[in-house]
Write a new protein. Structure first.
Length: 533
């Protein structure tokens, strides 16, 4: 049984569901929810799934890709033509985890070993795609966490196969629990979420980035596209006609818009429009969030993590000392952006606290929209202040180094020491980092350092490393085996040299000391892949 798919925005998606409607048996043993949004409680945000499939013994989150041309499937990187790209399973696996958590909550009385396995299924739906490495619906290992299928027919065949596999599986829901899960999804599904795609004059929507309880986020370009840049638009709904309420709705956006320029803050602006929508606009060219980065790498090299935290600490110090004395209140991986130069910027000022007005774009009850894992305990008591942001940044630092959020279930110091030791962080810096992050996560606000002090301590740690690494770079460029070295380009992260080695010419790219080793090696691997094409 396929639920209504008239709300699907893309014709390619609707064609898939129309095909499945005729290809699958008309039975209630399988339920498919097209284009559904699931709430991720850990991030207080929705994730959009192209489809969710439910049977008694099998659950899948399905990602549909209308890619054409040559596609080579090889985890964790795929190749599209001459381009190396992340596997769609990377993002889809996160959605599977969200749905698994949803099932555990909806069927809280069912033992873990009885719950159906949640599988990531990616389907290449374009008939003009030339796919290598995809799974076969008939022979795919149904216990594999990642299934990639070439075409709608393969998807239909695979679903038919899975419908009957429960006869051989121990992870089978009873009729009662199957119906309970379906009924709960029918009640909670967010597939009818309001869309503003055609209501924002001056912009053409390129991508729906999903929604949170209070806004919908889009990636867009100007219409007409005069600057060839991308922008993020966050739509917070309709502006109230009541002046008192509208002031509450706009206060924090105006406060962020009024901030003077700072390199660690992503500038935002309100977009006036005749439809009375509250729209926040910020540049999104060559941008990704720290949340996306951590989803890909889980842990970061300590130098890279420290560099990101240093940038955000300086940004927090700036807004804390601004004329409005702002408290961000929403520092978390999703509100930290990483540019193409590797530098970090703070964004998402919709929960910003202005002590002079006590208002935010969300008005009252802002606590409902916080990400609890990154929120200082006093904020939940309505006592947000500058140290609250430092606590949140400490939680971000911990998450980037350890791979999980802080908890009172384990020792913060032990977890940090273990992660830093595994990352080959030398002992003096290891102790200093554990002490710093421990103080940032202190339960009492007065025991935490200021954002300014955090930045100063990190700069000292990185500065020692920078001097050492800068010396090694200098030694390399002075190597006498080269008869000529010419600097031909320089960016924020690297210098490019043309090197003459006794008549043989080479191009050398030398990364600057603040660039993490894993980032440099990742770029090296991509260049090697390209060289082999």
């Amino acid at each position: 049984m396929i639920q209504d798919f008239s709300h699907c925005l893309h014709d390619t998606e609707r064609k898939v569901f129309e095909f499945l409607s005729g290809a699958l048996p008309n039975t209630t043993d399988i339920v498919i929810y097209p284009n559904i949004e699931l709430f991720d409680a850990s991030k207080a945000a929705y994730v959009e799934c192209d489809a969710v499939v439910i049977t008694r013994s099998f659950v899948a989150v399905v990602e549909l890709k209308d890619w054409f041309g040559a596609v080579t499937v090889q985890e964790p990187k795929w190749r599209r033509g001459n381009t190396i790209t992340d596997s769609p399973h990377v993002v889809n696996n996160r959605k599977c985890k969200v749905f698994k958590s949803y099932i555990q909550h909806a069927l809280s009385g069912v033992a873990e070993h009885k719950l159906p396995f949640v599988q990531s299924v990616v389907v290449l739906t374009n008939a003009d795609a030339r796919v290598e490495g995809a799974s076969s619906a008939r022979h795919a290992n149904i216990h594999d966490g990642l299934i990639t299928l070439d075409g709608m027919e393969e998807l239909a065949d695979y679903l038919k196969r899975r419908m009957h596999h429960h006869e051989k599986s121990e992870r089978v829901l009873s009729d009662y629990h199957f119906r309970k899960l379906v009924d709960q999804l029918n009640k909670d599904k967010q597939s009818a979420t309001v869309s503003y795609e055609d209501q924002i004059p001056g912009y053409r929507i390129r991508e729906d980035r999903g929604s949170a309880p209070t806004y919908i986020s889009y990636i867009a370009e100007r219409n007409p596209n005069i600057d060839h840049r991308l922008y993020r638009l966050r739509v917070f709904g309709k502006l109230s006609s009541d002046p008192a309420i509208s002031e509450t709705q706009l206060r924090s956006l105006r406060a962020a818009e009024a901030l003077p320029y700072h390199p660690g803050i992503r500038s935002v602006s309100a977009h006036p429009n005749g439809r009375h929508l509250i729209v926040e606009v910020s540049d999104w060219t060559d941008t990704r969030s720290l949340d996306d980065l951590l989803a890909e790498h889980n842990r970061l090299d300590w130098r890279r993590a420290a560099s990101i935290v240093n940038d955000i600490a300086l940004a927090l110090d700036f807004i804390h000392k601004s004329a409005a004395s702002l408290v961000h209140r929403n520092v978390q991986p999703r509100s930290i952006l990483i540019g193409i130069d590797g530098r970090a910027q703070l964004t998402d000022f919709d929960l910003t606290f202005d002590p002079g007005a006590a208002l935010t774009v969300l008005g009252a009850n802002y606590e409902e929209h916080l990400s609890l894992a990154f929120t200082a305990p006093e904020v939940l008591l309505g006592k947000a202040d500058f140290p609250s942001d430092v606590y949140s940044l400490g939680a971000v630092f911990f998450r980037a180094l350890v791979g999980k959020v802080p908890s009172n279930k384990f020792s913060i110091n032990d977890q940090l020491a273990s992660a830093l030791q595994a990352a080959s962080c030398e002992e003096p810096k290891q102790t200093a980092l554990c002490t710093l992050i421990g103080s940032m996560l202190a339960q009492q606000p007065l025991e935490r350092p200021t954002a300014s002090k955090v930045a100063a301590e990190i700069s000292t740690l990185l500065g020692t490393s920078l001097e050492k690494e800068a010396a090694s770079v200098s030694e390399m460029t002075d190597t006498p085996s080269y008869t000529n070295i010419e600097l031909i380009a320089e960016g924020a992260t690297a210098q490019v040299f043309k090197v003459d080695n006794h008549g043989e010419l080479f191009i050398h790219k030398v990364f600057k000391p603040h660039v993490a080793r894993d980032e440099a090696l990742h770029e090296r691997d991509i260049l090697r892949e390209v060289d082999q094409l």
